[in-house]
Design a protein around this ligand. Structure first.
Ligand code: ADP
Ligand code: ZN
Length: 758
């Protein structure tokens, strides 16, 4: 297979697009086409009324569509779908900065690559329509002197309930906030805020319409002095920035090597050059430690963009970004669509992280699209990871990306020793999940006054509940999935659709009482086991469903850093970015969990995740140990983890994928057919099968019932399309779909470069 081929799976090289080129002249006559943030196939023509100033491409305008008033973006001259007399007028040009050509091009290219309507992509850019509206003063809450005094004086328990304390603390640290947003931030109900207003500890006032300018990060502040390795790497990044133009650099450094400080050097250089910087992080809600470090380095906290940001802050941030007042944005994948006017550098931290793939709405891989955006803007991008994705590794090997390495941990810290625990040989009592070697290590760790982490990627108490009397299993009524018992909340939950029911006293099938048994472990059950074995240990659970918000997660991390806990039990949210100096033991309870299910990236993902979790151990002076409980100690992933031999593992993985023609050596797309009833879905799936492309280099597999054959009440069938890298997969799919009429409730979803095969 030719590896140097120009039309690869990489969106930068192969847009698969026949999107129109941007017009040279930005100034238009009165007939224009306007892209609306709706899933329409194209932009629509409108007419600027007499007297309106000449329109420019990229301007935000208000137009009507049917009975609705909408804001869209002038996308170019009219395409002449309708005679001029029938064109509706542009109602208003909004006083917001125009969308830059590079961003309009980005919208088009993402749309073409992901095969979604351009309006749906535009919608991610105009994600806060309120930000485009004229500003009105708002009511906000601010803490007053009495509140400050109460916070300082009150001993816990009295008038200062934990919820009240959180509200006051939230206000103490930031600008005044609308009541609803404050309650959300503090993780309490609106009543708590109201009570505080009534008690005179906080007050409501009118805030000026435009939020004050976000404080600018100060690049002149000096950071810590870098190690020789870090310096070398930082220089490469800074040089690559200074060289200008599009360029991808991979910062490949072992866990704890100080990658963040290193890329901060490039960030400082971009700020010094008066450019904006975007930093993408996987789960920003858990980036409290990251924000802290940013503040240590640049004096202020940067603008943030993620799903936990409330309405008012979203609006202000969007405006600040668009006006160039926010110089650095740290965000989750959707931050990629913000309208930066002066973007000069993109950093994608933990670039291998699977959460960069957005799985609903517009299905896109944010890391890949970030590379696309950088290439359109002609700016450098840095991909950061201790376990780069195979895609990235292969791009380095092909000479398209430059690799900069940090091979050692920062300061004196050593990489942890990794040991496999062969579960086939261990004897464990029923209902227990920790093997003797791990129990012994936990005991030793606690005895030494050090901290431990147990990792199990399963929320809840038990992944399956069954009736001992009749064998009944609790299943979600709307999904092909077992209900997971959550003992703290006393509910059975579907992790796919959120369906919840109370745990019944007796079996709903045979009515036997007390016959329900939990099968397998979840983190809550592990907590039970650890508490029974080590009654004195102070244990905390770090799981998304038990942490009411980013603040709570940050507080827990802080408590762990301050050694108020001896043991943290967590799901994958503990894997990311945390740095606990006294954490010396990591136990992986079920290493095999991610390997089942025929996902092409299962091995790679397992390696990345477990390596990342293990990397939490021994990050400071004390050496760390990692114990991995596995039933498959001979599996290549497990061997690679034990031997710390990432590169050999990646080579083997690459060879296997190359032989199978799988990404990044071949191209892949999934078609997911769904419908409210099984007949419709099969009807459409059969129609698609009959029209399937028969082209050289293209293989169509399916239709097959999806592993999640029923999801949120919809029946699902899947096709998988495999093609060589030289194939324009989007064109093939377009041709295929144009030959099939999708009827009734059926829907066909396209997933280019699928990561999930469920
Ligand atoms: P990585 O992201 O590579 O896993 P981090 O960036 O989290 O590593 O760095 C590990 C630890 O080392 C952090 O606590 C960080 O503050 C510290 N550190 C990194 N570089 C330096 C430096 N040059 N001087 C002092 N401390 C540093
Ligand atoms: Zn469900």
């Amino acid at each position: 297979m030719p590896d140097h081929d120009a039309s690869s799976a990489d969106p930068v090289i192969s847009p698969g697009s026949d999107a129109p080129a941007p017009t040279n002249s930005e100034l238009l006559d009165r007939h224009v086409r306007v892209l609306l943030p709706l899933p329409l196939p194209d932009a629509l023509d409108y007419l600027a009324p007499d007297g309106m100033a000449p329109l420019e491409t990229g301007s935000f305008v208000r137009v009507s569509l049917g009975v609705r008033n909408l804001v869209g973006v002038v996308w170019g001259g009219a395409c002449g779908q309708l005679p001029v007399e029938r064109l509706k007028p542009i109602l208003e040009v909004l006083p917001v900065p125009k969308l830059k050509p590079e961003l309009r091009r980005f919208v088009e290219r993402v749309a073409a690559y992901t095969m979604t309507p351009p309006g749906s992509v535009l919608r991610m850019t105009i994600s806060v329509p309120e930000a485009l509206e004229p500003l009105r003063p708002r009511r906000v809450c601010a803490v007053v002197a009495a509140g400050v005094a109460a916070l300082a004086a009150a001993e816990p328990g009295k008038r200062m309930t934990p919820a009240r304390r959180r509200v006051l603390e939230a206000l103490g640290q930031g600008p005044p906030l609308p009541a609803a947003e404050l309650a959300r931030l503090a993780g309490c109900g609106p009543g708590v805020v109201r009570d505080l207003i009534v008690s005179g500890l906080i007050e409501e006032r009118l805030a000026p319409a435009e939020a004050p300018d976000p404080a600018s990060p100060d690049w002149r502040l000096s950071g810590p002095s870098l190690s020789p390795d870090q310096s070398l790497a930082a220089h490469r990044l800074v040089d690559n920035f200074a060289a200008g133009g599009f360029r991808v650099t991979v910062l490949d450094g072992v866990t704890g090597s100080g990658k963040t400080e290193t890329y901060f050097a490039a960030l400082a250089a971009a700020l010094a050059a008066r450019r904006q910087v975007l930093v993408l992080l996987p789960e920003i809600a858990l980036g409290a430690q990251w924000l802290e470090r940013f503040r240590d380095r640049f004096g202020v906290v940067p603008a943030q963009w993620h799903s936990d940001i409330g309405g008012a802050e979203r609006r202000d941030t969007w405006r600040a970004v668009a006006a160039g007042r926010a110089r650095v944005v740290v965000g989750a994948r959707s931050a990629l669509f913000l309208p930066f006017p002066e973007l000069g550098l993109i950093i994608v931290d933990e670039e291998h992280d699977p959460s960069y793939k957005q799985e609903d709405g517009v299905i896109y891989q944010a890391r890949d699209m970030a590379v696309l955006r950088a290439s359109l803007a002609q700016i450098p991008i840095v991909l950061v990871s201790a376990t780069p994705s195979l895609e990235t590794v292969v791009n380095v090997a092909r000479g398209r990306y430059e690799r900069v390495a940090l091979p050692r941990r920062h300061a004196a810290a050593e990489l942890p020793a990794v040991q496999l625990v062969d579960m086939r040989r261990e004897r464990i009592e029923a209902g227990r999940f920790l093997a003797p070697p791990l129990v012994a290590e936990l005991a030793a760790t606690f005895a030494a006054g050090e901290q431990a982490l147990l990792f199990l990627n399963r929320r809840g108490y038990a992944p399956l509940t069954l009736c001992r009397a009749c064998g009944h299993r609790f299943q979600c009524p709307s999904c092909t999935a077992w209900l997971v018992e959550h003992r703290f909340t006393g509910r059975l939950l579907c992790h796919h659709c959120g369906h919840a029911e109370a745990v019944p006293a007796c079996c709903p099938e045979c009515l036997a009482a007390g016959a329900l048994v939990p099968c397998g472990p979840g983190v809550e059950r592990l907590l039970e086991e650890v508490t029974a074995r080590f009654p004195a240990a102070r244990v905390a659970l770090m799981v998304s469903d038990l942490l009411p918000g980013p603040r709570a997660a940050a507080e827990l991390a802080q408590a762990m850093t301050e050694r108020r806990y001896d043991l943290l039990i967590g799901t994958q949210i503990v894997a990311k970015g945390h740095h606990f100096p006294m954490l010396t033991l990591v136990g992986i309870v079920d290493a095999d969990l991610g390997l089942t299910g025929g996902d092409l990236r299962a091995a790679e993902r397992t390696y990345q995740l477990l390596h990342q979790v293990g990397g939490r151990a021994g990050r400071a002076e004390h050496k760390g140990r990692v114990l991995i409980q596995t039933w498959m100690p001979d599996q290549p992933v497990m061997r690679a983890l034990a031997a710390g031999d990432r590169d050999r593992f990646l080579e083997a993985e690459a060879a296997a994928r190359r032989n199978a023609g799988l990404p990044p050596f071949g191209r892949l797309a999934a078609l997911i057919v769904s419908a409210g009833d099984a007949e419709s879905v099969d009807f459409t799936a059969r129609a698609l099968a009959r029209a399937a492309p028969q082209l050289p280099g293209v293989t169509v597999l399916g239709p097959a019932p999806a592993p999640l054959a029923l999801l949120r009440g919809r029946h699902r069938r899947r096709f998988l399309v495999k093609a060589g890298r030289e194939v324009n997969l989007q064109a093939v799919l377009r041709g295929w779909l144009s030959r099939v009429r999708v009827q009734g409730s059926a829907r066909v979803q396209i997933d280019i470069d699928p990561y999930s095969f469920l």
